[in-house]
Design a protein around this ligand. Sequence first.
Ligand code: NAP
Length: 256
Amino acid sequence: MTDQTKTRITTNLEGQTAIVTGAARGLGRLIAQSLAACGAGVACVDVNAELLEETVGSIKSVGGQARAFTCDVTDSQAVNDTVDQVVKAHDGLQILVNNAGITRDGMLMRMKDDQWDSVLAINLRGTFLFTRAVAKPMIKGRQGRIVNIASISGMIGNPGQANYSASKAGVIGLTRTVAMELASRSITVNAVAPGFIETDMTAKLDPEIIDGIKQRTPLGRLGQPLDVADAVLFLASPAAAFITGQVLVVDGGLIA
Ligand code: NAP
């Protein structure tokens, strides 16, 4: 439909409906654009209403289908209402990408309760709430793809990220368990674990840290958002029908 996202994955998602959380910017925006470029109707979810409209506008401007849903992923009622509205409008739901996430870094000894609670709430509770909400319509449709955005921090840990690592390890555990629970209904549940990707989230890092990461990365660079979006698109596509409960690491070989 468009070369706007320059996605390198060719798949036909015409007639499918997807929800992407955290779609106002960063990886979520590109994931939403990529799914729409392959023909899916995309429900874009975020707390940032203004930037969300930009995402939706960018999709519509090239002929794609998208709608904005301002929703806090930690709010159980709002999540259920959003999923209900999407299912009613599209008569079903086939794809969920749990992408909304935050960091509130700090060393353990100085980490405030709020830093812990907010990261666990958005990254883990939000993923749980949306996953639980879509299970019913996906079971009814006997089809579904759930892709959760984890992180290599949830696999190997990262000093200063006790909260974030714990949340992403939780996302991986949730992914594996829900994959087992929903497999008999032809619903796959997988995670993508990015390494360091060039977005607003990593723009906060010290340039020396970035240089160190590049040096330790066998492929010699930070990841681009498209590297993650393409991995998500693959897992959401019919080509990944026999893959479930997996964690696809997209990190240039950093933890290989
Ligand atoms: P980002 O640029 O900070 O975007 C995250 C989006 O999530 C923002 O639009 C944010 O809205 C939204 N969000 C925050 N809290 C929310 C809530 N309660 N409900 C709904 N939406 C909410 O982050 P990113 O780099 O694209 O990261 C996306 C995902 O990839 C995250 O799960 C992150 O942990 C993961 N990841 C990123 C990297 C990386 O290197 N970038 C590496 C590994 C994993 P606001 O604009 O209001 O904050």
